[in-house]
Ligand binder design. Structure first.
Ligand code: GTP
Ligand code: MG
Length: 201
């Protein structure tokens, strides 16, 4: 059982490693060849929070290719948090970060935590850590660098977002609280009705 459901939208330019990252969380083998995501893919993971609470984290892996934009945009709404990917070895994916931030912020309140992830740090980088940090700070995002290929920081990136969501959970309207749901279910459950004239009740 879990106490919360967090809906996380994973987005950013194509070929930045979003699907590889999510596959790594599911302990699937790293795939070297690029297989573009078609539309949106879904996966989940149960996450242990502090105070013995658990969250079911649902990931919506949104295709980065422009031609899927009209589909993926629908998955940007009512999310609990976001992961925005770029590739530190590819300037274009970094230049497009701003476009993605605007898209995300237009559809969500500014209280929804968003983590910027610079992937592929095993490659020769063209974007410095400092530049990315400045951009992230300007837009109130947390920033972390990872390599899905070597698995460096992959779990830390997930922890960074989940901890941030949990820390600000009272300001986040898009967290499903399953404890409350259960209480409501019990309160709303109709009392048993007994027959008054045809049986011993
Ligand atoms: N060198 C290196 N390559 C990586 C890394 N992460 C992913 N890749 C490669 O980058 C390519 C694209 O990865 P995907 O995970 O499919 O990218 P995506 O962001 O899901 O792409 P779309 O689904 O089209 O949006 C694949 O060939 C991966 O093997 C990494 O950390 N380092
Ligand atoms: Mg993908």
């Amino acid at each position: 059982m879990y106490n919360y459901i967090f809906k996380i939208c994973v987005f950013g330019d194509y070929n930045t490693g979003k699907t590889s990252f999510l596959n790594c969380l599911q302990e699937m083998d790293y795939v070297r060849t690029y297989e573009p995501t078609i539309g949106v893919e879904y996966s989940t993971k149960i996450f242990n929070l502090e105070d013995d609470k658990k969250a079911k984290v649902t990931f919506w892996d949104c295709a980065g290719q422009e031609r899927f934009m009209s589909i993926t945009e629908n998955f940007f709404r009512k999310v609990t948090g976001g992961m925005l990917f770029f590739d530190v070895s590819d300037r274009e994916s970094y230049n497009n970060v701003l476009k993605w931030i605007i898209k995300f912020r237009n559809l969500n309140s500014s209280d929804i935590p968003l983590v910027l992830i610079g992937n592929k740090i095993d490659k020769k980088r063209v974007i410095s850590k400092n530049d990315a940090l400045i951009l992230a700070t300007d837009f109130h995002l947390k920033y972390i660098e990872v390599s899905v290929k070597t698995k460096e920081n992959v779990l830390n990136a997930l922890n960074l977002l989940v901890d941030s969501i949990y820390e600000h959970k009272d300001e986040n309207p898009n967290i499903e609280n399953c404890d409350e749901d259960e209480t409501q279910l019990l309160l709303n459950h109709p009392k048993p009705r007994y027959c008054t004239n045809c049986c011993i009740f």
